[in-house]
Structures are given as structure tokens and as C-alpha cells.
Unconditional design. Structure first.
Length: 380
């Protein structure tokens, strides 16, 4: 508990320190912006003072200092006498040649900086309109760029933290799964012993055979859990027979209200797969289909060979899936059932795509009519 509190306090200290640093950088940028803006204002005022001084000495001379003396050709400047423009600097020809555009441009300059007014005489007043230089315009957007960089950096850190946390959780779940498999092993060994005693005592063969099937089933489940978190070993197997084994097992243990059917080519199709994990995949899809039909309807498995890949279609006559949920059904935690964790299809997708390098998708579905799930695996 103390370690967790300490880690939480450290995290908040880092967040607060980052906020203070960002605030200081933004404040410093704003200060620079104001300093440069004031310096440009001073240059403009000096030029205006010199212009006013010259014109005041000899009003009839109408002398004019060149705007280039301001020493920054990138500052847009408009010099006007009363309502007439007499000189400009740093303005595009396209704007100068269009009176409407020029008028709009002058309004923009007024919004950026207050014009400098030079009273030459009672009937002569000059106005110096100027805008911000390129440097000031760049400084305006610097804080935004800085915030964007910090936001992206924060997103990367958060994503890394989340990925690390998920990796830790995955290791925990994998460890728990292996421990579960280990714990099941002890009573399973005992059950195998009791089964041998029942055979020796000539217990009804049918009963013994069914119990043996369930014990084999428990061994398969134990094998599945022991493989979680480990790289599975793939073997060259006939996918038709492996799929049929899982189909037959579940068919014998579900209600007769479900009409089962299985269709596949007569020739074997060899695929590199892990039998225990493939069996888990088929069972997950079949159980989902039966749940969607609420234990009553038609379930059909079809295996097709297109030459490069084998395709397994699991079709049901259940409630169907809306099209906008075709991809979401494979997300961990997504479920439409009142009970369950929503891990079945997520686990199925991982087995098919990560372990067997295949593909799984909702081939087609219609609400109220049923769904067809499809698995595609490469043929050896």
C-alpha cells in the first residue's frame, strides 16, 4: 500500500513539475514576444518623429524619409496623408493594385498595432500603419507548437505506460492459467485411477466410455490452459478430422432442439495447427452460436478448400449481429450476454491469427436471421 501511494505521489509530482515547466516556457515566450513588439514600435515612432521633424522645418517641402530606414523590410507598412496613401513597404503588388484588398489589409494592420499619428499642420496629418514582422508571427504560434509537442509526448508516454501495464496483466493471467492447469492435474490423475477401477469391476461399458470422454475432455482443457503464454507447437494435421472431433463432442452434449450438420470434402486437408487450441476455437464458435440461438435452432459447419486456404464456416440461425458490431465482437470484454466476460471471441481471434497465422471474421450476418463466422487457414 505504501509503495502504491509513493508511486502515485511521484506521478503527481512529475505532472505538476511538467505543468510548471510548460507554464514558464509559455510565459517566457510571451515576454520575448512583447519585447520584440515594443522594439518594433520604438523603431516606428523614431521614424515618425524624424518624418514629422523634417516636415515641421519646411512644411512646403513635403520631404519624405524612405520607409526602408526602419531596417526591417518584412514589416508591412502603409503611410497615409489624411485619407490618401503616399507610400508603402513590404506589401504585395496584388494587394496594392486592388483598392478593396488594400482597404481590408489596412484594417488588419490597425487590428495588430495602433497607428502612429503625425500632426504636420492644421490641415495635414500623416498616419503610419504597420503590422507584425515575420519573427513576431512565428513567435505567436510557438506556444501552440510547444503544446502540441508536449501533448504528443504525453500520448506516447501514456501509451507506453498502458502497454506495460497490459503486458504485466497478461503475464499475471498467463501465470494464473498455468497454475489452474497444474491444480486440475491432481484430481484428474485420481479420476483416471478410479476409471481404471471401474473398468476392472466391469461397470457398464457405455457409462465408462462416457466418463472416459469427459476425463479426456478435462485433460484437453488442462492442456489448453498450460499453453497460455507459451508459443504453441504446430503439427501437420487433417483439419477436417480435428474439426469433426470437436463438433461430435459438443453435438452429443447439447440439447436435441439444436439441429447440427457438418459438411466437408472427403479428402484430408493438411494444415499446420495445434490440435488443443484448434479444438478450443471450434468449441468457442459453436457455443457462441448456440447461445445466439438460445439453445434452439440450426447450426452448420462447412469446410471448403479453395486451393491456397481452407475455410471453415460456422453458421447459426440465431439473433444475428448488427453490421456496425462486426469488428467489435472480437474486442476483449464485448458481450451481449448477461453472464460472461466477453473473452471467447477475443481468445478465438488470438488463437487463429497470432498462433496459426490465419484470419477470422464475421462473413455475414442479418439481425433476426443468423450469423456466419469464417476461419481461413493456409494449406500445407
Amino acid at each position: 500500500m505504501q509503495f502504491t501511494d509513493r508511486r502515485s505521489s511521484t506521478r503527481w509530482m512529475i505532472i505538476i513539475a511538467s505543468f510548471v515547466i510548460v507554464s514558464l516556457i509559455m510565459w517566457n515566450t510571451y515576454t520575448f514576444f512583447q519585447i520584440f513588439k515594443n522594439e518594433e514600435r520604438v523603431k516606428m515612432e523614431h521614424w515618425a518623429l524624424a518624418q514629422k521633424k523634417i516636415n515641421s522645418e519646411d512644411i512646403n517641402a513635403d520631404l519624405e524619409l524612405p520607409l526602408a530606414l526602419i531596417q526591417n523590410p518584412r514589416i508591412p507598412i502603409v503611410l497615409a496623408l489624411n485619407d490618401s496613401i503616399i507610400n508603402t513597404n513590404g506589401i504585395e503588388e496584388e494587394v496594392l493594385n486592388d483598392k478593396i484588398k488594400l482597404k481590408t489589409f489596412i484594417k488588419k494592420l490597425k487590428a495588430q498595432n495602433d497607428p502612429i499619428i503625425m500632426k504636420i499642420s492644421s490641415d495635414k496629418t500623416q498616419y503610419l500603419y504597420y503590422g507584425d514582422s515575420d519573427l513576431l508571427n512565428k513567435l505567436k504560434y510557438y506556444p501552440i507548437a510547444l503544446l502540441l509537442i508536449i501533448f504528443l509526448f504525453g500520448a506516447v508516454v501514456y501509451n507506453f505506460y498502458k502497454s506495460t501495464k497490459m503486458a504485466t496483466q497478461n503475464k499475471l493471467w498467463a501465470g494464473m492459467a498455468k497454475e489452474t492447469a497444474h491444480q486440475i492435474g491432481t484430481p484428474l490423475s485420481s479420476l483416471i485411477g478410479w476409471l481404471e477401477i471401474m473398468k476392472a469391476d466391469n461397470v457398464d461399458a457405455t457409462t465408462v466410455a462416457e466418463i472416459e470422454k469427459d476425463i479426456n475432455r478435462l485433460q484437453t482443457i488442462t492442456d489448453r490452459f498450460s499453453k497460455i503464454g507459451s508459443e504453441p507447437i504446430l503439427e501437420d494435421k487433417d483439419i477436417i478430422q480435428e474439426t469433426k472431433n470437436s463438433f461430435d463432442y459438443l453435438k452429443s452434449r447439447f440439447s436435441h432442439q439444436v439441429e447440427f450438420s457438418f459438411s466437408a470434402p472427403k479428402k484430408p486437408i493438411i494444415v499446420a495447427l495445434n490440435p488443443a487450441l484448434h479444438s478450443w476455437t471450434i468449441e468457442n464458435l459453436m457455443k457462441n452460436a448456440i447461445d445466439a440461438m438460445k439453445g434452439k435452432g440450426k447450426l452448420k459447419i462447412t469446410i471448403e478448400n479453395d486451393g491456397a486456404a481452407v475455410k471453415i464456416n460456422v453458421k447459426d440461425s440465431g439473433k444475428g449481429i448488427p453490421k456496425n458490431q462486426f469488428k467489435r465482437v472480437f474486442e476483449p470484454g464485448f458481450t451481449t450476454k448477461k453472464r460472461g466476460w466477453g473473452l471467447g471471441l477475443s481468445l478465438t481471434k488470438r488463437i487463429v491469427e497470432e498462433y496459426h497465422k490465419g484470419k477470422i471474421k464475421v462473413l455475414k450476418s442479418e439481425v433476426g436471421k443468423g450469423t456466419t463466422m469464417q476461419i481461413s487457414l493456409k494449406i500445407k
